[in-house]
Write a protein that binds this ligand. Structure first.
Ligand SMILES: NC(=O)c1ccc[n+]([C@@H]2O[C@H](COP(=O)([O-])OP(=O)(O)OC[C@H]3O[C@@H](n4cnc5c(N)ncnc54)[C@H](OP(=O)(O)O)[C@@H]3O)[C@@H](O)[C@H]2O)c1
Length: 338
């Protein structure tokens, strides 16, 4: 190995609002060597996820920020190149959390072996990984959709939203998706099988959403916030459940939210309709992980649940792809092929 053999992308500076390519820096460093009990990994795929915007900011959050000069955090699928751990051998494919880089060392406790004959290894970053589990646990634990109810979810072509709508349908509910642009809407309707899909860019978005939900909304799986929330809110039925999973529309806002304060309106509805609104971070639902690992692969094998991946080539293209993710330029689970 030469010093050029390992490349990594570090956080060069914290963004003010929308991230720019200048917030990232591509570096070449000497390839690390595994200590006793560790393995050397060659990263094959890097997952890009909206939560990474939060890690770029120093604002207080549920997780510590990436420090300036540190490698950007991220889930990865990797090949073991060299092993000093009895449980792994060269050639093993593992799920790791190695971040935006081409090589890394890791201890065995943080690795999970993947079997490429069971499912494409990229699914460990999407439908069968953290985003799929977020959808499964958040919807079933907090949303609790029942047969005949209406479930609404935005970012419906992404890994979380697409699984939410399809699981809702498996449970007998009606799934109404919200997505950006006709191409994504058509895919959500035709491939993911949602009952209705509305483009949040349509000038009459709120009216179209109301027409697609004639019996109101029983579960709103909150992925985006902003104007989607404003359109959903008047349509909520009494005792609606709202798993608050993400607010991607405001991740670049740094606390500078448009419009007057709507909280008093929101809280009046929470009270008068006995709404249950609960935020969550997927790892709180670790008890549901075994059920997820049984049911999701079965639903995929039966054709009841489909997924879409958006694979970008090359580590150097990760910053631009990530910036686009926060603006809806991705189409499906965004993954970088290293
Ligand atoms: N709580 C947890 O543990 C947890 C875990 C994983 C993910 N999440 C959250 O789940 C949400 C979805 O994540 P994902 O990985 O599935 O992302 P994704 O759907 O692959 O990508 C984000 C999507 O958000 C949509 N979007 C961006 N800005 C928007 C806006 N202003 N209004 C409406 N939609 C907008 C875009 O789709 P369109 O072009 O269709 O608008 C974009 O493609 C995110 O909020 C994420 O932070 C939470």
């Amino acid at each position: 190995m030469t010093a050029e053999d390992s490349r990594r992308i570090v956080l060069a500076s914290r963004p003010a609002g929308r991230p720019t390519p200048g917030n990232f820096r591509l570096e070449s460093v000497a390839c690390p060597s595994p200590a006793e009990g560790q393995v050397l990994l060659r990263i094959l795929y890097l997952s890009l996820d909206p939560y990474m915007r939060g890690r770029m900011s120093a604002a207080k959050s549920y997780a510590a920020p990436v420090e300036i000069g540190q490698v950007m955090e991220g889930g990865t699928v990797a090949e073991v190149l060299e092993s000093r751990h009895p449980g792994f051998k060269p050639g093993d494919i593992v799920l790791s959390h190695s971040g935006w880089q081409s090589h890394a060392v890791a201890g065995g406790a943080h690795l999970r072996k993947l079997d490429p004959t069971v499912a494409p290894v990229t699914t460990a970053l999407g439908v069968l990984g953290m985003p799929g589990f977020t959808a499964y646990a958040g919807l079933l634990t907090i949303g609790q959709p029942k047969s005949g109810e209406t479930v609404v979810v935005a970012a419906a072509s992404g890994p979380v939203g697409s699984a939410v709508g399809q699981i809702a349908r498996i449970k007998g509910a009606r799934a109404v998706g919200i997505a950006g642009g006709e191409k994504k809407c058509a895919f959500v309707r035709e491939t993911f099988g949602f009952d209705a899909v509305i483009d949040h860019g349509a000038p009459d978005f709120a009216e179209k959403l109301a027409a697609a939900c004639p019996d109101g909304i029983d579960v709103y799986f909150e992925n985006v916030g902003g104007k989607v929330w404003d359109a959903v809110f008047p349509l909520l039925n009494s005792f609606a459940r709202i798993p608050v999973c993400g607010l991607v529309a405001q991740y670049n806002s740094e606390g500078d939210f448009e419009g007057p304060d709507r909280l008093p309106v929101v809280m009046r509805q929470v009270l008068s309709k006995s709404l249950t609104i609960r935020g969550f971070i997927q790892r709180e639902f670790v008890a549901q992980r075994p059920a997820f690992e049984q049911e999701m692969p079965r639903w995929i094998a039966e054709g009841a649940l489909k997924y879409k991946e958006d694979i970008v080539e090359g580590l150097a293209n990760a910053p631009e792809a990530f910036i686009g993710l926060l603006e809806g330029k991705n189409f499906g689970k965004l993954i970088v092929k290293i």
